[in-house]
Design a protein around this ligand. Structure first.
Ligand SMILES: Cc1cc2nc3c(=O)[nH]c(=O)nc-3n(C[C@H](O)[C@H](O)[C@H](O)COP(=O)(O)O)c2cc1C
Length: 415
């Protein structure tokens, strides 16, 4: 099938993507000691590069090793980390693939047992029902901490460039720190960072400006944004469109639209405000609406596993097609689509009553595939949700212990 999905696109910074298919960010939870990538991750990124996507976005890399989304996550803060990240970039860039690093700070979405910093614009804790205690109590950030954060994003972006990545994606979606600033549910500040959407977006815009300035005009600078929080009273699609407009003068190369947070995991196709999402390409309607009104290229991610759906996305004026789950099961899905357009990718669904556990089990199944590919094995589409969840929990406990031992003196300062 000759599909517009396989047409190249030139980003404003001049970088050419060979096609419109993007490996969306997936935190692999496979870091070596010191939160650095090692041979398993190199093999995984090589599989994606050889598998035919035009662009690879890494799993989120933290800008502060004392504020981690998980114990096996990556952090990039100093030049000593560069050799490991350079090898990761080299593997991700094989086969004429463009590779960018997603950079992130979790804010309040930090597991209590990890310890470290639990910062947020305001002191609003996560509400996960009976699972709320799993997360730390956030503290409202001071102005000095906000400045420190902007510097950290800039530092990690500069190091990503030195490591050989073609750009960065600033993570401002899924309820992490920058999304917490954007959302009126978590940002109750009375200063210049709270209130109007201009104020709530100030930190994100400042970070994007700094990175563009320090990394130059030929570096990809992109942003992952929620099309909405999918919670009553949350950040909504009009505000998302407004933030995209504010990003226009900053030479952003593309904006990836997703949705939701830990409280309302719309990125897994589930909302908390009774709104129903499309069965496939969950955020396409929002992405189309925003794409119509902006000169910035738009990417949408969530619920895409068939070439026909990817084709519909591009034909509807959305430039880039993000896929996560499907590329965990079939890293070379784009290559397959070149000669077998009917091959379907897989997105697992776990239908347990406890929606939090179902979400964790879904993530566990997908992470298991990442480890298998990293070990040089094939993915296992029939992985049991319960077994995947149990092994993931055991593994996470072991990695949490390792993390706390590695950084004991620093982590304990924040208890
Ligand atoms: C195991 C796993 C880890 C993820 N980690 C990240 C991440 O680090 N950063 C991010 O922006 N999204 C992350 N996501 C969300 C995906 O990028 C994507 O938005 C979501 O899975 C929906 O796309 P899909 O239906 O193609 O899987 C993750 C998803 C999975 C399944």
């Amino acid at each position: 099938m000759s599909s517009s999905v396989f047409t190249p696109v030139t980003l404003p910074c001049g970088v050419v993507l060979k096609n419109r298919l993007v490996k969306a960010a997936m935190e692999e939870n496979m870091a070596r000691q010191g939160q650095l990538p090692g041979s398993e991750l190199f093999r995984l990124y090589r599989a994606w590069a050889e598998g035919g996507v035009g662009l690879i976005i890494t799993g989120n890399v933290m800008v502060d090793h004392l504020a981690m989304t998980g114990p096996g996550g990556l952090a990039l803060e100093t030049p000593e980390h560069l050799p490991a990240f350079s090898e990761m970039a080299q593997n991700a860039k094989l086969n004429n693939t463009i590779a960018i690093m997603q950079i992130n700070h979790p804010g309040r979405q930090v597991f209590a047992r990890m310890g470290g910093k639990v910062l947020s614009p305001s002191n609003v804790p996560l509400n996960m029902g009976k699972h709320s205690k799993l997360f730390g109590q956030p503290r409202a950030m001071t102005l000095a901490e906000i400045e420190d954060l902007a510097m950290r994003f800039d530092t990690t972006a500069k190091l990503a460039k030195r490591a050989g990545f073609d750009g960065v994606e600033v993570h401002a979606a899924h309820g992490y720190l920058l999304a917490q600033f954007l959302s009126p549910l978590t940002n109750k500040r009375k200063d210049e960072y709270g209130g109007s959407i201009e104020n709530r977006a100030r930190l994100l815009l400042d970070i994007v400006k700094r990175i563009r300035q320090s990394c130059g005009n030929e570096f990809i600078v992109s942003v992952k944004l929620n099309s909405a929080d999918f919670q009553r009273g949350g950040f909504d699609v009009d505000e998302a469109a407004n933030v995209v407009k504010m990003l226009e003068p900053l030479n952003v190369d593309f904006v990836e639209l997703s949705g939701g947070s830990y409280e309302a995991p719309a990125m897994q196709g589930r909302t908390a405000d009774q709104r129903t999402l499309a069965r496939e390409a969950y955020f396409l309607e929002f992405a189309q609406r925003i794409a119509k009104d902006t000169s910035i290229a738009i990417m949408t991610t969530g619920g895409i596993s068939r070439l026909e759906t990817a084709h519909t996305v591009v034909e509807s004026g959305v430039s880039l097609v993000g896929m996560a789950s499907a590329l965990a099961f079939t890293p070379d899905l784009p290559n397959h689509w070149q000669h077998d357009p009917d091959k379907n990718g897989m997105i697992p669904k776990v239908n347990w009553k406890d929606k939090t556990l179902a979400g964790l089990a879904t993530m566990a199944i997908i992470k298991r595939q990442l480890r298998r590919v990293g070990d040089g094995k094939r993915a296992k589409p029939d992985s049991s949700p319960l077994w995947s969840l149990i092994t993931d929990q055991v593994r996470t406990s072991r990695l949490t212990k390792r993390y706390r031992q590695s950084f004991a003196a620093e982590v304990d300062r924040f208890q």
